[in-house]
Design a binder for this molecule. Sequence first.
Ligand code: B3K
Ligand code: ZN
Length: 876
Amino acid sequence: MTARDDQTPSPIRLADYRPPAWRVERIELEFELGIDSAEVRSRLQLARDPQQQAPLRLDGEGLELLFIALDGRTLHEGDYRYRGNTLEVDGARDGSVLETRVRVQPAANTALEGLYLSGSRDRGFLLTQCEAEGFRHITFFPDRPDVLARYTVTLCADRERFPVLLAGGNPDGAGELPGGRHWARFVDPYPKPCYLFALVAGRLQKLERDYRTADGRDVRLVIWAEPDVIDCCGYAMDALERAMRWDERAYGRNFDLSVFHVVATHDFNMGAMENKGLNIFNAKYLLADPDTTTDDEYRAVEAVIGHEYFHNWSGNRVTCRDWFQLSLKEGLTVFREQQFSADMNSAPLKRIDDVALLRRAQFPEDAGPLAHPVRPAHYSEINNFYTATVYEKGSELVRMLAGRLGPEGFRRGMDLYFGRNDGRAATLEDFLAALGQANGIDLAPYLAWYGQAGTPRLVAEGRYDAQRREYALILRQHTPPTPGQPDKRPLPIPVKLALFGPDGRMLPLHDGAAEQVVVLDAAEQTFVFTGIEHAPVPSLLRGFSAPVILECAYAPAGLALLLTHDTDGFNRWEAAQQLAWRAYAELRDGSGHEALTVWGDTLAGLFGQGALDHALLADLLTPPGEVELAERETDVDPSRIHALRQTLQRELAARIGAAVLAERYRELAAHAGDALDAPSQARRRLKRRVLELLALLDAPTAQALAATQFDRAATMTDRLAALAVLVRDEAPQAAGALARYRERHAGNALALDKWFAVQAQLPGEAALARVRALEADPKFTLKNPNRVQALLGTFARGNPSGFHRADGEGYRLLAARLAELDALNPQVAARLATAFNGWQRLEPVRREQARAAVAELAEKDLSRNLAEIVGNMLKG
Ligand code: B3K
Ligand code: ZN
């Protein structure tokens, strides 16, 4: 393995943390902006840690140093050294002022980290992305989150080319300069780490709104976008206002600047970024209108708007001491977003979505060669640790803590956490201490969750003693080994539970309560419930009270009872999932059809009753996805899993019946319109599921309905659902529909992404040729992360039967693209490479093909980002 240039290959370790030897109290930045070249002047006011002797060392990558002075004296060669991404300066004292001037090249920056150009040279705009370590691509600085400084930023540029100049903080003057140039200054009163610095400059239009915080501050909210899409920002503005109100109510947190900017870009490595006072969004999570945005995407916009806004407290006012603490801000902020989205929409549906994501993205990560704890102990490239484990599992850990404390206790704890750590760079220990101390509870045992990788298995066994009217629940736990962690400790696992009698009613537990939380904190414990009149069916882990895999030998009839009667919406869905899993295993192993029958008949019954919420019904009718099914197997053959899952769904469809499905489809389709209210969205969700099931029984009818739906659709949700059915079935109408879609949405990048993605999902052998053809499309480019994700990400991650070909062509295509992409954008390449995760569990032929493709890639000259992923992938 070779890592490019002189980057340190040795890992950074949590155990090596030392406070910074030098801090920066104030930084004044002055930018002279241009497309090809920009000059950055910086003035740092330094403070020295009297306990440490280290010379002044600053991070800087790819900077052309034009000038350097210390305390007003110009430095010359010999007074400083700029080598290997570090600038070392002699003679600095506590209170010294260091001035530098550097040149950077925005248009040549394809990594989209630091200062770069979004869009074309003549019409695009300049922006920055600093988290995690992009600031060092802009100027020299101690680029670590525990150096908090006060920022004054002045932007200067040509007025005609860059009419809008923005930076984080409060505006502090603007004016004209000679030669058609102008300037604008921003002062941020809150000390912040440099990863939260941002600027934007270009031709942007705005949507504005006035907002008054609960504590009486007037704030101007401004969303900025390029002129052709400014009309698509209204939904995001409403969502922002909802998020701000919600944080005031739920956490007592108010916004703290006089202006809050949000900017949309089509060229972004991730979803969005919470820069202080100047959030920057991937357009995908900001722009929305009924003609191009699906219902799921509307909810994603609301969620990401909330997420970034909530970071203003969980991340910005209280930041992380070091990057090992990343989940301190990310897990907590995902949790806050989940609460917000649950409050704005349906709480059970949100929980189902989130747990499905956890199972699809995080469980496989935790089970493969890239497994790492929520707080990793070491890393080589921090950008590789913005993972489902740090985010989604991190959120589950906060949820357990919140559950342990109850709503009032958690709020008390959060108040103490925010109050005590405001303006500080904190650790996960600080977080647990505040939550615990505010409630007089020792939460230290939960720290073990942060340090241990792998998904715990929770084994539950119930024994009913009719004579003593006692029910004993025996709970055991074990966590399989993960790379570097062979031995696992027991963790505190809160199990929220209820017991159901044979008639589907909840049995009273201790003190007559219907629901209770027991905490398993040893390898095995028994919990006894007395006064239980019947052998109960336990509803365990209600609301998914811990991120574990539950193993419980339910009889299919017991699961059917929960599916029909459980009062916890999430656990109803969970019962359907468990039943579907059993039914799938029966099909696979030819081991009878008990679960299949119970699953199909129970769902067919619920379908016929029509009493359920449409969206919940749609989710109940959806078995675990191909990725989740593969998780429970060894010698994985994705094409077989695909075929079996299709058979499984066909069985379900047959039990409901083609006529019933077609009839329900027509009923649902009768309510047209583009309304976004919950019932309308739910109707569209069910309509889609019904159409998909019908397609498995009676393809010609379903295709005809889909073609009509495609032509008449009033929403992107309906149009795309219909298109997906046509494309996946390779229906005769598919080509025409694709052509019409392409024509209709020619000028819209986000709609075009969906055009690429829907075709990348073509199942089986046909996928590869389609992906190759699409790569040759003039609209395909490796330079745009959204386009790469739409085509290659969807193919490699969202289409197992297409990607995992036995001949290995899918793997070779991905490996070849990764090498090309890595030269342009290492972060995006490294993220895409994680699609190889799980290769060790493939059946032998595919396993060898995948291994060979990854090994060959590893031989190339790779970025540190991609080298780390590929290296870990081969280690396990
Ligand atoms: N904090 C950013 C993610 C930055 C990723 C850097 N590679 C977005 C978020 O989680 O809100
Ligand atoms: Zn975040």
